[in-house]
Design a protein around this ligand. Sequence first.
Ligand code: BG6
Length: 464
Amino acid sequence: MDRLPFPEGFLWGAASSGPQTEGAFGKKHESIMDAWFRKAPQDFYDGIGPELASDFYHQYREDFQRMKACGFNSFRTSIQWTRLILDFETGEPDPEGVRFYRDVIETAKDLGIRLILNLHHFDLPEALLEKYGGWENRNCAELFALYARTAFELFGEDIDLWTTFNEPMVIAEAGYLGGFHWPKYRNRGKAAVAVMVHTALASALAVKEYKNMRLHGKIGTILNLTPAIPRSQSAEDLEAAEITETFFNRFFIDAAVKGTISEKFIGLLKRGGIAPMWKEEDLSLLKEGTVDFIGLNYYHPLRVKARESELECEEWTPYLYFEEYGKPGVRINPYRGWEILPECLYDIAMTVKNDYGNLPWYVSENGMGVENEARFRDAQGMIQDRYRIDFYTEHLTALHKAIEEGSNCFGFHAWTAMDCWSWNNAYKNRYGFISVDPLTEKRAFKASASWYKALAENNALILP
Ligand code: BG6
């Protein structure tokens, strides 16, 4: 048996988010996800919306006990802007939201679970989309900083790890390029760039607020660095991969860690005739708002090739320069359509080490979503999710190698603790160590729960 030890004090746990777990109970405002479901419920798998989610709003005390039983020493969730804030223009909090989050924080603390609090997980208030056009408008960055300040004032003494955004690239990509999240625009490249710039700026402004308040904790952001792998070593395919990296990966990590926008990114915009939509002052703000650490979500790589046919679209979009490439014969998770390639987690870890000053970082999401897990129940009724254990084992082995080689990784968070609602995919693919029946909200441990507990308690991966 091989024993792969992890650094002392390593964070073991899982991530989730407010909108995906709490349910809409008691919220005074709608997020864009709530509004999307109200306007187009047919977009959601099995017609299930965010009203109940996994009822964390009522069950968080028991849920934290369950997480403890999975060996967690930490957990990330997000505050819902639409629950905490009563008045978006002033940042005035809603006492009911304050009471809820305060109790969540206390409960986790009492059980020795370190809470990482995130501020934005795809859930912009619908009112800000309607009034200002959402993240396309710089004003939302200022309003986000007000909200962040309120959160720091309320909970800054109790929380020592904060993050500003989860996967801001997905906001631009899904909402303005790919059309699969509200407001469902396709190939609006210029708007997508505005969203990217304003969310990067919003994050920097929040970081700046936090630092000005001289609280005791650290603040970071959570990004998805989906490695772009070229189909071949031809100049055209290499360029396609380089453009994908520049646009989809490096923009946010450069902005968050170095406080810069790269020449390559600016060159790409020039090539598309897009004028930079930031002011000199915004560049200084990015510099003043660099993070203390980053969280990186990794699920799958993205294989790309040079375009083989011209893309017909009215506006500029980065998809003009590359297209996805489905390599024959690779391992795919068929339920999600995502390639399984654990060694990319090693590459990501080394990118942080070599290109970003070996900044402290952690795996903030990694996991495998599987449909219809009920078919894997054994005679005792427990879901035997061996595939999930194997998936994590392979990814942790790759991560361990990078840590051995000096990558400054301080934790691993699975996606997720309990099965949760996942935007338009709703409850299609299940990711948890704990199953949740979306009709009864009943919970049950899967086999992976006790496996994870042993992993966390040993602070080591034991390979058979
Ligand atoms: C992550 C998101 O990228 O993917 C989560 O941060 C999401 O919010 C997860 O739930 C899984 O997505 P899906 O679509 O497979 O359920």
